[in-house]
Design a protein around this ligand. Structure first.
Ligand code: NAD
Length: 486
């Protein structure tokens, strides 16, 4: 296999990164661009041997990194952020070729946010206090100890963004990392390894292994030396990982799928509500947080639908490298078929497509809005992960809350209402890790992030990330018994 491939003019090493060295595998798999189906190149296809080597490297590097003073760890993470900022153009171009998301979003939003992930957790680390308190003359000293090697497994829909949301706090906490990016978008994780090396991160502190989850995943998640597993991806994979981690009771953080509602009340600013609804097609709908179930109060449903249709029909779908494009392709032909399967079954069951309802050329799926859908139908209950929304109506607040909460998920919910008291009442009753009121996707890294029910286990963000990535230790010291005191 070639050691490097050139993607959008950028050389990308396609091998694993283990113990500070590039390591090839006997086998490879093809990385395909969703933009035009072009093969970008062969990627190292890791298995149990590479998992074992990467975990061994992380284990070996752990004591020195854990003992590195916090300020020095923070300095290196800021240097990683500098490296990301210097390479925003390259990272954006490679990510867009690899996963098909918009180039302009990568440049202006996603990659600056990647750098921010490192800066934020580097700075937050320095704010973590050591609690001290007294019990009958004894002191209690609570410290945030690094946990050990962490396995971080990430999906393809926002590859570097979601990887660094885990890598940054794990490293800041003093842990070492084995990162396994998704096989459909493996490239920017490899560039991150280059950037981290240039920033002075010691060998073995960050390791990157490539490969199919089914082939390398179990060896990573069942390993007794792994002290934390943080996973973002689908529910079926999460259940396999949880079973695999159970052998060692390895603590897990799981950020999973959703079927989140957007509740539009008659008292809402209807144009704002329509904007919020159309925004759900971002990243061609491949967003875990997307509010894919639009619930509208009956009295404004007709007008809402008219304005939505007008606005959504103006969306430009096409090459994600073009500035004017609003919606790119879906990640993979398999994903495209999955999306179309959901839509065709819904149409066969009596749903009506207000817009879309079909594939376009290549890997593109037309933005779709389906009405006449039953609450217990597959299209309302299951995550599609594509540009497919449903629209249902409700008679009153009670019904709105009932419909909103009536799935197995609980990742997010969005409300459009002009009545603050209503917002407070409804928010209090919604089951969701994040609720947005008259806004969407405002995410501060200080906030707890995660899902309820099948949308996840645990919360990350701010101190919650350090709760997860650290072993908290309470040291109780007696006031006497010293022979070298004073
Ligand atoms: P996926 O579960 O198929 O794969 C995610 C990762 O798990 C990939 O790296 C894959 O290689 C790996 N994997 C697969 N099988 C494995 C195994 N047996 N052991 C270990 N690892 C394994 O998910 P996907 O299709 O890549 O991503 C889409 C899903 O991710 C959607 O459900 C979406 O909602 C969810 N998601 C959630 C969030 C969140 O923050 N809650 C964010 C983005 C995406």
């Amino acid at each position: 296999m070639p050691e490097k491939i050139i993607v959008a003019g950028v050389p990308v090493d396609t091998r694993h990164f283990i113990g500070g060295r590039r390591v090839a595998s006997p086998d490879t798999f093809d990385d395909v661009s969703p933009i035009d189906g072009q093969v970008l190149g062969p990627i190292a296809r890791g298995g149990p041997a590479e998992a074992e080597a990467a975990i061994a490297a992380a284990r070996e590097a752990f004591p020195a990194w854990a003992a590195t003073p916090r300020a020095e760890r923070a300095r290196i993470l800021h240097a990683v952020a500098d490296g990301v900022e210097k390479r925003i153009e390259e990272l954006s171009a490679v990510e867009t070729h690899d996963n098909g998301a918009l180039l302009r979003s990568h440049r202006r939003g996603v990659m600056p946010r990647v750098a921010h992930n490192f800066r934020f957790f580097a700075d937050w680390l320095l704010t973590l206090g050591h609690d001290d308190f007294e019990t009958r003359g004894h002191t209690n000293h609570v410290s945030w100890d690094p946990a050990g090697p962490c396995v971080l497994i990430t999906p393809w829909n926002a590859p570097l963004m979601l990887a660094t949301w885990k890598v940054a706090p794990a490293l800041a906490a003093g842990n070492t990392v084995v990162l396994k990016p998704a096989e459909w978008s493996p490239l920017t994780a490899s560039l991150l390894a280059d950037i981290a090396t240039e920033a002075g991160l010691p060998a073995g502190v960050l390791n990157v292994v490539q490969g199919y989850g089914a082939e390398i995943g179990d060896a990573l998640t069942s390993h007794p030396d792994v002290r934390r597993i943080s996973f973002t991806g689908s529910v079926p994979t999460a259940t396999r990982i949880a079973a695999s981690a159970a052998a060692n009771l390895t603590p897990l953080s799981l950020e999973l799928g959703g079927k989140s509602p957007l509740l539009v009340f008659a008292d809402a600013d209807l144009d704002l509500a329509v904007d919020l609804a159309v925004e759900q097609y971002d990243n061609a709908g491949q967003v875990c947080l997307a509010a894919t179930r639009i619930l509208v109060e009956e009295s404004v449903a007709e007008e809402f639908t008219r304005r939505f249709e007008e606005k959504a029909s103006a969306l430009v779908q096409g090459d994600p490298r073009e500035e004017a494009t609003d919606l790119g392709p879906t990640i993979h032909t398999r994903q495209l078929e999955k999306i179309d399967g959901f839509v065709q079954r819904a149409l066969a069951a009596g749903a009506r497509a207000v817009i879309g309802g079909h594939r376009r050329d290549g890997q593109y799926y037309a933005p779709t809005l389906l009405t006449d859908v039953a609450q217990d139908s597959e299209i309302v209950q299951e995550e599609v992960f594509g540009p497919v929304l449903t629209l249902q109506t409700f008679a009153d607040e009670e019904e709105a809350v009932r419909l909103a909460n009536d799935t197995r998920f609980g990742l997010a919910a969005t409300l459009a209402t002009g009545d603050r008291e209503r917002a407070d009442r409804v928010t209090a009753r919604l089951i969701a890790g994040t609720v947005w009121v008259n806004c969407f996707f405002v995410r501060d890294l200080q906030a707890p992030f995660g899902g309820s029910r099948l949308s996840g286990v645990g919360r990350e963000g701010g101190t919650w990330s350090f709760d997860f990535y650290c072993d908290l230790k309470n040291t109780v010291t007696a006031p006497n018994g010293w022979n070298n005191h004073g």
